[in-house]
Write a protein that binds this ligand. Structure first.
Ligand SMILES: Cc1ncc(COP(=O)(O)O)c(C=O)c1O
Length: 402
């Protein structure tokens, strides 16, 4: 008899973040009503925070239904992108006034990259992009390079220091790799980019809300991220853009919509950018999604990111231990680094029949996801995943792989 179920109980009992689970709506499993479903896909779509439905209902019924146009002022709709940006700021290690929420990550990658290239010295003609990146970043980088007359150079993050030089204008990197869960060295790579005189742009989609980021501390120039993964903002919730304070006056947006104007209601034909992070806005914000995100961010009240990181590593360590005990050796290959300094908050396991295995896991209430061609991804959201969940997920995985 394995000691792991008992150990999982003990770990749950001493987990200081365990009470946070009650701030979320979590369903029940399909094959065993006695056990709650195990949701390990928060790295794709975070679970629903319990306070969101009532808040969204209020936004719709009262703010929109009753106050109507007055809500732009009275319900704070107009300033919501920067106000909610200031709520995300501490989660990514940024002081207020540097983060604005709106548009998708893809659109913000475009704004950040073109703005970075425009800030770089004119003679710098190369844009480096993480060759292993989530595809949208690569597509957008290619277009940004073409529009600005730069050459796109895809390189792995490990190759970046050797490739940087006088020709580098900007570098787009991922803090955590979406497929392998590898955590890249944001402080070290940012310093190397700066030493070469270039600008560092980071995609935080898989790190914000899962581990400390330290944007200000490490002097990151520009950053983007989504809010529907570890920030639990809901399907399609708006992304955010960080522009370091010292660079804001030079941030020349390639999408200078009227919401980024210094006087949006002046209706002037001439464009004058607003000061600060507001300059990153474009058009009318998506208020329903934005205010669902605002409510979702309440779950972070009083939560320490250091504790979140410690639990995330404990969960992924425990998962690896359970997989090693419950799965025949060699049946899966772990592609997530063992070393804590190189691990985000997910575990990726490779096996030839990953797509079929994941379908069977989901049918049994253990929800992870499959990434083409052979990766099983399991995301560990410390706010609502517990050690018993982890043990059960690994046990069911072992059974399905047998
Ligand atoms: C690392 C990374 N960047 C960008 C995106 C795409 O973001 P969006 O669909 O908000 O444009 C994703 C989506 O999962 C992602 O994982």
């Amino acid at each position: 008899m394995s000691e792991l179920p008992l150990l999982a109980r003990k770990l749950d009992a001493s987990d200081e973040l365990a009470p946070l689970r009650d701030r979320f709506v979590l369903g029940t499993a399909s094959d065993d009503a006695a056990d709650a479903a195990v949701y390990l896909d928060g790295n794709s779509l975070g679970a629903l925070p319990a306070n969101v439905p009532d808040r969204v209902a209020d936004v719709i019924r009262r703010q929109w239904g009753e106050l109507r146009i007055r809500s732009w002022e009275e319900s704070g709709w107009w300033t919501a992108p920067e106000r909610i940006g200031d709520r995300i700021a501490p989660l990514v290690g940024a002081a207020p006034g540097q983060v604005v929420v709106g548009d998708s990550t893809s659109v913000n990658v475009f704004k950040a990259l073109v703005a970075a290239i425009r800030m770089a010295d004119a003679g710098r003609d190369e844009l480096l992009v993480d060759a292993t990146t989530f595809p949208t970043d690569g597509y957008i980088a290619e277009s940004a390079a073409r529009l600005t007359g730069r050459t796109l150079r895809p390189v792995t993050p490990a190759e970046v220091p050797a490739v940087l030089g006088d020709r580098t204008a900007a570098v787009l990197l991922n803090h955590v790799d979406y497929r392998t869960g590898r955590l890249h060295d944001l402080p070290g790579l940012t310093a190397a980019v700066h030493a070469a005189g270039a600008l560092a742009v980071w995609d935080l989609c898989h790190s914000a809300g899962a581990l400390p980021v330290g944007l200000d501390e490490h002097g990151v120039d520009l950053a983007v991220g989504c809010t529907y993964k570890y920030l639990n903002g809901g399907p399609g919730s708006p992304a955010y853009l960080y522009v370091r304070r010292e660079l804001q006056d030079r941030f020349d947006s390639p999408l200078p919509g009227w919401n980024s104007h210094a006087e949006p209601f002046g209706m002037s034909p001439a464009y004058t950018p607003a000061p600060g992070a507001v300059r990153g806005r474009v058009g009318t914000p998506d208020i329903l999604s934005l205010l669902a995100l605002d409510a979702a961010l309440d779950v972070w009240d009083g939560v320490s990111l250091t504790a979140v990181r410690a639990k995330s590593l404990a969960l992924t360590d425990f998962f690896l231990r359970c997989v090693a005990e419950y799965t025949e050796p060699g049946r899966v290959e772990c592609v997530t680094p063992e070393r804590h300094a190189e691990r985000g908050s997910q575990i990726a396991l490779r096996c030839a029949d990953a797509g079929e295995v994941m379908k069977r896991l989901i049918a049994r209430g253990v929800v992870g996801d499959f990434r083409h061609p052979d990766v099983l991804r399991f995301g560990f959201t410390p706010l609502y995943v517990g050690f018993r969940d982890v043990e059960r997920a690994a046990r069911v995985l072992g059974e399905e792989l047998a």
